[in-house]
Design a protein around this ligand. Structure first.
Ligand SMILES: C[S@@+](CC[C@H](N)C(=O)[O-])C[C@H]1O[C@@H](n2cnc3c(N)ncnc32)[C@H](O)[C@@H]1O
Length: 243
């Protein structure tokens, strides 16, 4: 499946991070392995942004197991390691886990209108928090990012993929072309796909070999657009995304 080209931003004054310190086998690759072991191989401040979308531990079905069966990634350890590796860290913890994470410097809202997921009272859950650690150097136009869906774009091979639009917005807002973005729990590879389209480097780890292989194929099938338009200049309708 070919991902539709999305937008990218003008180059800015953020200096490139020293991604040449990253072991070359990890650069622009989705590496199969446990992030709890692999992160130690990444040098301090070697990436511009770290984004993590860890399992929610709420019983999501990941094929041969649920996310409750997965080994636990300690939230405090994860945030500390990601902050060691990048000056800006974004985490999508899921509403149920948000208070298990260290207090963040900033909170963004990811709006997912028309979502049919349930909230705690039995109604509908139409937003998710994005925890931000560190201060972005560029202005984010709004602290609400509307990005419906996710499963369709990822080919539905991961139980809980994030929408490409959400990653596109975060990466555009917090990095520049040529920077490196780190994702320790890559899933269907949405971060890597956004990086390829936006001309950023990426480092990604995924513990499940089958998921990692499908994510690699997804990145392989992703086209780089000829040019990139700032996200705020695109409408959901123009991108063919129902609101
Ligand atoms: C919520 S999904 C990530 C979805 C991803 N953001 C996307 O858009 O597809 C979490 C992923 O973390 C992986 N995972 C769980 N524990 C891991 C670990 N210790 N190291 C690396 N990956 C892990 C799971 O296999 C799953 O694919």
């Amino acid at each position: 499946m070919t991902e539709a080209p999305v937008s990218a931003s003008k180059n800015t004054t953020i200096p490139p991070r020293p991604h040449n310190q990253i072991p070359p086998e990890y650069l622009d690759a989705i590496t199969t392995g446990d992030c709890r072991e692999l992160v130690a191989r990444l040098p301090d401040q070697s990436c511009a942004l770290a984004f993590a979308d860890p399992p929610y531990w709420v019983g999501y079905d990941y094929g041969n197991r649920t996310d409750k069966d997965m080994a636990h990634i300690d939230p405090a350890w994860l945030v500390a390691e990601l902050r060691r590796i990048a000056p800006i860290v974004c985490v999508t913890p899921g509403i149920a886990n948000v208070y298990r994470y260290p207090p963040a410097d900033w909170l963004l809202a990811w709006s997912k209108p028309a979502s049919t997921g349930r909230n705690w009272s039995g109604g509908y859950n139409v937003w998710e928090p994005v925890l931000v650690y560190g201060k972005p150097t560029r202005r984010l136009w709004q602290d609400l990012i509307t990005a419906p869906g996710g499963r369709e774009q990822a080919g539905a091979f991961n139980r809980c993929p994030k929408p490409l639009r959400l990653l596109t917005a975060l990466i555009q807002a917090m990095t520049s072309p040529g920077d490196t973005v780190f994702d320790p729990v890559a899933g269907s590879g949405t971060t890597a796909v956004a990086c390829k389209q936006l001309r950023r480097h990426y480092v990604a780890f995924e513990i499940d070999p089958d998921t990692a292989e499908k994510a690699r194929q997804r990145v392989e099938n992703t086209q780089q657009p000829l040019f990139v338009v700032p996200l705020e200049q695109l409408s959901l309708e123009a991108e063919g995304i129902p609101g």
